[in-house]
Design a protein around this ligand. Structure first.
Ligand code: HEC
Length: 142
């Protein structure tokens, strides 16, 4: 059983999307925490996943009754009360993810990974990932 058993429609759709973000985030986080080896192609697919889901995030929160009150949703009404702020956060997440993606792409073109490049990628990753908790604190129920 998972937290979103029973969710349907737009709610299930965005929960699945968030789940993909969580998986991607974990994959990269584990590399920077030294739990797994650096693997630039999985890092790249994670950065691409961030961008893809970031770009459609605002669209996944339409102002409809289903979206606001659907079964299992943790989305707070604050989203629609502060729509500009919510979409700005989604947009910032996407921008930061693009910056992270560009750095990973650059690393892929290097013959070897040095400490400085890893540090740059690490900083960019955590900058993008900070938007996750930043948005959840304001717009997602505990
Ligand atoms: C702009 C706001 C915003 C950003 C950015 C954001 N999220 Fe979310 N996230 C939400 C909201 C709102 C929900 C609740 C959705 C619902 O329950 O309908 C949510 C739900 C989730 C869930 C729970 C899904 C479930 O199955 O119940 C996970 C996991 C998650 N987000 C991970 C992430 C990760 C990881 C990132 C960043 C890589 C991220 N989110 C970025 C707003 C955001």
């Amino acid at each position: 059983m998972s937290a979103h058993d029973g969710a349907t429609g737009i709610i299930k759709h965005r929960m699945d999307s968030m789940k993909s973000l969580q998986d991607a985030s974990k994959t990269v986080g584990n590399m920077f925490k030294g739990k797994t080896d650096y693997d630039l192609s999985s890092m790249r697919s994670a950065s691409e996943t961030f961008i893809q889901h970031g770009e459609v995030m605002a669209d996944q929160f339409p102002d409809t009754q289903e979206s606001r009150e659907g079964h299992k949703t943790e989305a707070l009404p604050a989203i629609w009360d502060n729509w500009d702020e919510f979409t700005a956060l989604a947009e910032k997440f996407t921008q930061d993810s693009r910056a992270f993606d560009a750095i990973v792409a650059e690393l892929q073109s290097l013959p070897t990974l040095d400490k400085d490049s890893i540090r740059t990628a690490r900083t960019a990753f955590f900058k993008a990932a900070k938007n996750c908790s930043g948005c959840h604190e304001q717009f997602r129920a505990e």
